[in-house]
Design a binder for this molecule. Structure first.
Ligand code: GLN
Length: 435
């Protein structure tokens, strides 16, 4: 069988190839010399599979796509409070290099615009690091996201530093507001190095997949940053990742994303996929023209918009009936699938209808493949209330989906491996006769 996903990617690349509109980033001379025809797209699944078409193994500089990852490192290294005290999370609706700070606090509006990203760079690593050690921390962190040792493009870095007047102006302004507390120049130098890290489209897809996979790199298995950090980063990517095009992007594409002026673009769909594209010509916002078209196609072709309402999950309560006969025959609520808040609510409704005459109730989790934290707590509360109402409650849980169930005050559950055991145990406990 020919590979389906790479064929799809090749087809979509073919559809956007003829669009040669947009310009290379002129303000960094080395980037202006890039080959504008490069085009590639890659998908990295959270299961570790990577699919691609076009130029997915050509290296280019990461540029602003480093910002969400550096933000993740700063949050992990310094904690939320210290980072949020210095950098906000409000969309600016302005260009990436706008010279603006939040009125009143003097904080940069968010970590995706340069003012925020320069500040974030200064917050990576432990507090006492010198600028060189900080760059090293960021390089190692980005490498962990990519799952391979990355390196810098010294020529692009030097070329940007020679023309870094605008970022230096931003950094000096940050220094004057005490947002930066050190000499601004080494910080801009470190930030520029961070932007000069070389990646391929394949690397970017894996980095995005690490975000989509709760911070665990799907190839190396490494937990690069904690889960709570990932949620923060994806939220900010969603609201601020595309600068002054963020609203258009959120509605039309609906995937947390980040672009870079070398032509890269990433998107991360939580629990599913990391995506990346590469095409160097940029639109007026500094986003890759063909990259934006590709993401519009991915989103609509595959229903990847995060606000897409999923098809109603199969009923969580598969059946509800008394198994066997006699006074001790258990009423079995056979549950199935993945249970979240809404599924647990269905179980509550079903439990409320159990007649008081059913002495034994078994909650059968045999066909449940996952249960989230709130649903687990709700299910145990169901068990507790059933106990208080005089029922004897069994949890049929052969795979320990709920390890060490504790229904709390006044609740009691007996864990059994199958419904027959519930019946047998009932027979012993009640001394009665079953079937
Ligand atoms: N290094 C670039 C800058 O600071 C990154 C900008 C970008 O990719 N949008 O100007």
């Amino acid at each position: 069988m020919r590979p389906i996903i790479p064929d799809y990617l090749a087809e979509v690349l073919g559809d956007v190839e003829s669009d040669t509109s947009g310009e290379l980033a002129e303000y960094i001379p080395e980037l202006a010399a890039a080959d504008p025809e490069r085009l590639g797209a890659a998908f990295a699944m959270i299961g570790g599979e990577v699919y691609g078409a076009g130029d997915i193994d050509i290296e280019f500089t990461i540029q602003s796509i480093s910002k969400p990852f550096a933000y993740a490192l700063a949050l992990a290294d310094r904690g939320f409070d210290s980072v949020l005290a210095k950098v906000g999370v409000e969309p600016s609706g302005e260009a990436f290099n706008e010279i603006s700070l939040e009125s009143g606090t003097g904080r940069p509006l968010n970590p995706m615009i340069n003012a925020g990203a320069i500040t974030v760079h200064s917050l990576t690593g432990a507090e006492n690091l010198n600028p060189g050690e900080r760059v090293d921390r960021v390089l190692r962190g980005l490498s962990a996201f990519a799952g391979r040792r990355l390196r810098m493009d010294e020529a692009v870095c030097a070329s940007e530093m020679e023309n870094a007047h605008r970022n230096l102006a931003i950094a000096h302004m940050l220094r004057s507001h005490q947002v930066l507390t050190e000499d601004p120049r080494p910080i801009v130098d470190g930030y520029t190095r961070q932007c000069s890290v070389l990646v391929t489209t394949r690397d970017l897809a894996i980095m995005a997949a690490t975000l989509a996979n709760r911070g665990i790199n799907p190839l190396s298995g490494e937990q690069v940053v904690p889960e709570a950090v990932v949620r923060q980063v994806l939220s900010v990517m969603f609201s601020c990742g595309m600068y002054d095009a963020a609203g258009d992007w959120a509605t039309q594409v609906g995937i947390p994303a980040k672009s870079g002026v070398a032509g890269g673009l990433i998107g991360a769909l939580p629990g599913q996929i990391g995506m990346a594209t590469f095409s160097p010509r940029l639109d007026s916002h500094g986003n890759s023209v063909r990259g934006v078209s590709l993401f519009e196609r991915f989103s609509s072709d595959m229903g990847l918009h995060v606000m897409e309402v999923p098809a109603a999950a199969r009923a969580v309560v598969r059946s509800n009936h008394v198994v066997g006969n006699g006074p001790n025959a258990p009423r079995v609520l056979q549950l199935q699938g993945g249970i979240g808040f809404a599924g647990a609510e269905r179980i509550i409704q079903e439990a409320e209808g159990i007649p008081p005459s059913d002495a034994r109730v078994a909650l059968d989790l045999t066909r449940v493949h996952s249960i989230d934290d709130v649903a687990r707590r709700m299910l145990l509360e169901v068990a507790r209330r059933l106990t208080l109402n005089g029922h004897e409650v069994y949890l049929v849980d052969p795979e320990s989906i709920i390890p060490d169930p504790d229904p709390g005050d006044g609740g009691r559950v007996t864990v059994v491996a199958d419904v027959d055991h519930a019946a047998a145990h009932t027979a012993t406990a009640g001394g009665g006769h079953i079937r």
